[in-house]
Every structure is written in C-alpha cells, then in structure tokens.
Design a protein around this ligand. Structure first.
Ligand code: AMP
Length: 469
C-alpha cells in the first residue's frame, strides 16, 4: 500500500454527527479513523442551530486541527471530511466541507465519490450565470439545490440528486437539518450509527468504534435521510436497484476493522487469500504480504496452503508524506525508505509475495527486486484480486487504461516485467466468493475496474421519480 509514493489517488471519507454537545470534537476523532481515505485536506462544519462555522485546511487531520479551538466550534451537529482528490485541484479551495451562505440560510456539503456528469452540469450552470469557486464536483450539487424550483429543501435536494450520474455519498447540513444521501447503486460505503441519543454517519464503521458509537444500519442505495431534532426520516430519490458496493473498498481501500455491508474487511481479505491459494497454489517455503493492505490476504493464503506466514517485508511507519517526492528517482528512494525486506526470513527461500492488487506494476516490480536482492531464491507473486484492466469512474482513480499494466500485457509479459518467477491473480468468481457471503444481504459488488462491466453508465437514463417511505 504505497499510495503516496505511487501517487495513485485514493478517495475521500465523510463523517457526520447530529445531537451531541461535542459534535466538532467527535467529528475530529471520526476523521482520524478515516485518515487512510485521504490525506490532502480535512475539515469540519458545525451548526449551533442558528449558524454554521467552518474549520478546514490542507494537510493531515492532526495538523489541520492543531490550530482548532473547539470552544469556537460549539454546536450539536457537525459534518467532516478527509480529502484525496479524484476530481479537481488539490488546493485549499477544494478542501471540504464546502460552505455556502444565502439569504435563506447556510448549507455545508461533504462528498465522497465521483459525479460523472459534473463537467456537463457545470457547463449548464455556467451558461445560466453561475460562477463556481472550486473545481470540485461537490460544488455542482450545491448550485443545483439552490437553483431547484422546489421550495421545500428536501424536495430541492432530491431534485438536484436526480440530476447526478455516478457514485456518491453526500452529507449536507443546514442550520437545523442534516441530509445524508447515497447513490442509486450504493457503490460507495455509508453507514449510520448511534451514540447515546445522537446520530452518527460515516464512510466506514471504524469511525463508530473509535468514538464508542454503535452501528445501526447501512444507508440504502438511492436513499435520502433527513436528520433533525425530530429524529430521522427516510426518503427514496431513486428506484431500488441492486447494490453494487465497490470491490476495491474490500480489496484495498477500507480499514480491516470496518464492516462494509455487514462483511468485515479483514475477514473478506483473508478469504480472498484462501481462494487464491485454492486457485493458484505455489511451491514455496514461506508466504509474505506487502504491508499493510495485503497482510490479511497473505495470512489467508498461508493458512490455506499450510505454509508459514512470515514478516518478509516491513514498513517504516514514521516516513511522513514530506519525504515523498514526486520525481521518479526520488520515488524509487521513497520505496526503499518505506519498505524493507527481512533478509533472514527470505534468504535462500522460495517466497510467495501476496499483494492486494496491481495497478501500474511499479510496486510489484520493486518488491520482487528487493526480495531477490535480499537473497530470495524464487519470488512467486500472487494477487488477491482480479487484474485491473479498466479505469474507475466512481471515485477511485485507477489511472488511464494505457497505464494499467494488465490491460496492455499478457500474464507472461507482466511476469517478465516485474521479474517474478510466477504470477497469478484471483478470479472474478473467487473474489465474489470471498466478499458476498450472504446473497440476501449482499446483492453484489462493482467490479468494473476488473471486468469493464460498469453498473452506472454516463448517459443519463430517464429521470426517476421518488416516493417517501
Ligand atoms: P502499482 O504499483 O501501480 O501496481 O499499484 C499497486 C499497489 O497500489 C498495491 O500495493 C495496492 O495496495 C495499491 N493500490 C491499489 N489501488 C490503489 C489506489 N486506488 N490508490 C492507491 N494505491 C492503490
């Protein structure tokens, strides 16, 4: 998991709380738990019932909140965000939540995902006289809400959401309401929980655990929740469709202690490793995983094979992002500083190296070389997900097709390029087996980046009418 070094984009994380005296502080803690989802910027908007206040900046959660005075952020409701851009510039203006003031009141927005038709919607808004302040696709929704002809806020939000195509989890807050919306396919994760009488919402359940909240339920695809002092009201803005939770959330993105759609991430990764061992056993002495995201799969592979799982590669946790330079030569150095082989473990051994995925192939190539330099006799690369062959349009930046090594090479060519003794991927079926344990709860996953089968097409289908539930 070398996000910083490779510069492949991650997605964002959202957190919200309604009805707690320490709303801003709890949001800060919640954002800490979601830090892995974005390290570019963080922020909070808090409501004291009459006005909205904001604190946000570029940088890690800790740095951003170092200067925060929580007594200035008093209020019983808050939304927060950690950002890693998949759309728009990386600068301060795009750090979320975004806050807007109008004569009718204020509105703050936090968003995870990608609005595929943001460019077209932006064009339409500009033609009608809007001037947008950010290059983020999030701002588009705020303008659409404001421009809606519906007088009722909830109806205006529904009106606006129905114009979006893509994958999104939105938190929208006004002085006296919080709105929570998930895309019609439920591609992005979003859960709701309770902390005493307060309601909490987060991209991942690990944020609930950190603040002592209990998981209540998943936000449903196409659902809009309105949270106020009167409780929670649920509305549908899109017709019920089969959920397609992003497979990469399980494979790589989410934290192992999170449950997504009732499936624990670590347990699903372990099963991916076990399935992989059944499909592609390797004659080897020892199994190792690339820290951190591949460890669970490596444990599963080793267990299934009856081989020892060993710490063949260790990660230096204290290499900060400041060390990570974008130039190619310095990136190379960055890998060495971040990951080291454990010579005594791999020397003279036939090693199975498990990684969760291959995007451009850079990581695998470097690690294979590193293990061989440390004396490994053979390195067999096993990837705990199917090959990535198509770009993601739903919020995970997988680079363009030209950069995806598996899209442009045969398995033998790829094996040659990364210098491994053998390479194998988990099959699509194996991945489904590992994630979808109970079909009644888990209707399916989005595997578009691995199969090219996209559950949401860019062309907008007919506008869907909604009904209150
Ligand atoms: P690459 O070196 O380009 O082949 O990237 C593969 C590595 O990146 C694996 O070790 C994954 O853990 C990690 N990875 C997979 N998907 C992403 C993503 N969307 N953003 C950042 N890192 C990723």
């Amino acid at each position: 998991m070398l996000t910083e070094i490779k510069g492949i984009n991650e997605e964002c994380g959202v957190f919200g709380i309604w009805g707690h005296e320490k709303a801003a502080e709890l949001t800060y803690y919640g954002l800490h738990a979601l830090q892995h989802r974005g390290q570019e910027g963080a922020g909070v908007v808090v409501s004291d019932g009459t006005s909205l206040k904001i604190h946000k900046d570029t940088g890690l959660v800790n740095d951003v909140f170092k200067q925060a005075n929580f007594s200035d952020l008093a209020g019983k409701a808050a939304i927060g965000h950690v950002r890693y851009s998949t759309q728009g510039d990386k600068g301060y203006a795009n750090v979320q939540p975004l806050l807007f003031h109008t004569q009718q009141g204020s509105m703050a927005l936090a968003h995870n995902g990608n609005v595929m038709n943001a460019f077209e919607l932006r064009g339409e808004l500009e033609n009608e006289g809007s001037i947008l302040q950010t290059t983020s696709d999030t701002e588009v929704l705020a303008h659409l809400i404001k421009r809606s002809t519906k007088a009722d806020k909830e109806e205006a939000i529904i009106d606006a959401l129905q114009k979006l195509v893509g994958a999104y989890a939105y938190l929208i807050m006004t002085e006296d309401r919080m709105y929570v919306a998930l895309d019609p396919r439920g591609i992005r994760p979003l859960s709701i929980g309770r902390l005493g009488d307060a309601y909490v919402v987060a991209s991942e359940t690990c944020a609930f655990d950190l603040i002592g909240a209990t998981f209540e339920r998943e936000v449903l695809p196409g659902e809009l929740l309105t949270i106020s002092d009167d409780g929670v009201e649920s509305t549908r803005f899109a017709m019920r469709e089969q959920r397609r939770m992003c497979a990469m959330e399980y494979v790589y993105l989410s934290r192992p202690d999170s449950d997504l759609n009732h499936v624990n991430v670590h347990a699903s990764r372990k099963r991916m490793g076990m399935e992989l061992a059944k499909e592609a056993p390797a004659e080897a002495d020892v199994v190792t995983g690339v820290p951190d995201s591949s460890i669970s799969a490596a444990i599963g592979y080793a267990e299934q094979m009856g081989l020892p799982y060993e710490m063949g590669i260790i990660k230096n946790r204290y290499i900060g992002r400041t060390f990570i330079q974008p130039s190619q030569e310095l990136r190379e150095q960055g890998v060495k500083m971040k990951l080291s082989p454990v010579r005594r473990i791999v020397e003279g051994k036939r090693v199975v190296m498990i990684d969760d995925s291959i995007v451009r192939g850079t990581t695998s190539r470097r690690i294979v070389r590193m293990l061989k330099e440390a004396g490994a006799k053979e390195v067999h690369v096993r990837i705990a997900s199917p090959s990535i062959i198509s770009p993601c349009y739903y919020g995970i930046d997988m680079s363009s097709k030209e950069e995806l090594i598996a899209a442009n090479n045969t398995l033998d060519e790829l094996c040659d390029q990364i210098g491994a003794d053998s390479v194998a991927y988990l099959s699509e079926n194996g991945l489904e087996q590992a994630i979808v344990k109970d079909k009644t709860i888990h209707q399916g996953i989005c595997t578009a980046c691995m199969t090219g089968k996209y559950p949401v097409k860019k062309e907008k289908e007919s506008t869907i009418s909604y009904s209150k539930s």
